[in-house]
Design a binder for this molecule. Structure first.
Ligand SMILES: C[S@@+](CC[C@H](N)C(=O)[O-])C[C@H]1O[C@@H](n2cnc3c(N)ncnc32)[C@H](O)[C@@H]1O
Length: 372
């Protein structure tokens, strides 16, 4: 075995242990050399760009981590997503040999390659022509160019030329889904998209029909970089954009923890999703923690006056600003409502889709979340 094959075998074992990988997906991860899709390197942290000549290149490639492959003006704009998240999304797509898949956000092409090994015929679109060129070259190197068509363009438009698709999978964060994707779905098809909700991008499963222009159902906890163009349009009623704790006044009101030990990351995101379903002020507040505690998390933001209330994984609350006491009480009430409702999971929620954004390029956004 080459060093890459050895590392890949261990990586597949880890993914298998952590998640629910079907045997076909295990084979796909074991077959596709991730390093070929990272040939121009990635951000290794601390300002270091790691390329194939670096001694830690392969060990870093074969970890269950997202790898940023393109940065513009200090902002990450393209990456290879976290392998366990790719695995969970691919499993949720329920692909069959011959499934026609439209992927929005080709990135490195690695995710498309995994789907192609499962027998899917993939059309993958990316807004950046240089990203498309690199993904297409990698797919040629690994012998999968015949199964994946990579095109450049705004994913908002979908891929009319090769429609219809049995599945659409969106691998970049959006604020709503394009009506074109629904139009390009074959009967019985569905799409998966990370749609902004309370400062995160949980993956929603979307089906056409229902009482609105489609129905969205929570599927997976996830984080994604944001799309460019109309797919990331902000609209009235959308949760506020994430706000760092160090831009807020220090907390003046504190309520103690409810859970010892704290909720694990999955249950915390279930709580956070519910808070977002009930309250439009909910968003993400990344650290530094300061007096806020934790590495950052769910925040009810007081946009008008500054401050708000942070709700941590142990159920404690910190609040700041002129309405700190009221915000803290409201955060506690939302936490207790989640408990009283039986601690619903992300997958227990559904919403109908309604048009929003630019009327010339509308997006369909989830509205009126209901717990099942
Ligand atoms: C997280 S990466 C995709 C990861 C990829 N599927 C992989 O496995 O390597 C997101 C990609 O979406 C692309 N993107 C951003 N906005 C887009 C848009 N409006 N239409 C199509 N692609 C877009 C970016 O250029 C970036 O390459």
């Amino acid at each position: 075995m080459s060093p890459a094959e050895e590392l890949r075998a261990r990586y597949v074992d880890d993914l298998r242990r952590d998640g629910l990988l079907g045997e076909d997906l295990v084979r796909a991860f074991a077959t596709v050399p991730r390093e070929e899709f990272l040939a121009t390197g990635f951000d290794g942290g601390g300002g270091r760009w790691v390329g194939p000549a670096d001694p830690d290149f392969l060990p870093l490639v074969y970890r269950n981590h997202p790898l940023v492959t393109k940065v513009v003006d200090g902002v990450p704009v393209s990456s290879s997503s976290q392998p366990s998240l790719m695995a969970a999304m691919i499993e949720s797509l329920e692909l069959r040999p011959g499934s026609r898949v439209l992927e929005i956000g080709a990135g490195t092409g690695y995710n498309a390659a995994l789907m192609a090994v499962l027998g899917a015929r993939v059309t993958s679109i990316d807004i950046a022509p240089d990203v498309v060129e690199r993904a297409a070259a990698a797919l040629r190197r690994v012998g999968l160019a015949h199964a994946v068509e990579v095109r450049s363009g705004d994913g908002y438009l979908g891929g009319a030329a090769l429609a219809p698709y049995d599945r659409v999978v969106v691998t970049v964060g959006v604020t709503g889904v394009s009506p074109r994707w629904l139009d390009q779905l074959a009967p019985g098809g569905h799409l998966l998209a990370p749609v902004e909700h309370a400062g995160n991008h949980p993956v929603l499963r979307i089906r056409p029909g229902g009482p609105g222009m489609g129905e969205a159902r929570g599927a997976l906890r996830a984080g994604f970089m944001s799309a460019a163009g109309p797919l990331a349009a902000r609209y009235p009623g959308l949760h506020p954009a994430p706000r760092r704790t160090d831009t807020l006044p220090p907390p003046t009101v504190r309520h103690p923890p409810l859970w010892h030990p704290p909720l694990d990351v999955f249950r915390y995101h279930d709580l956070w999703f519910a808070v977002g379903a009930w309250d439009r002020r909910a968003t993400f507040s990344p650290g530094p923690a300061g007096g806020w505690g934790g590495p950052g998390g769910c925040l009810l933001l007081d946009e008008a006056h500054g401050g708000g209330a942070g709700l941590l994984a142990d159920g404690s609350v910190r609040a700041s600003g002129p309405s700190a006491a009221r915000y803290a009480a409201e955060a506690l009430a939302l936490r207790d409502r989640w408990v009283a409702r039986g601690q619903p999971q992300i997958s227990d929620w559904s919403a109908r889709l309604v048009p929003a954004g630019d009327p010339d390029q509308p997006i369909l956004v989830p509205t009126a979340w209901v717990q099942h």
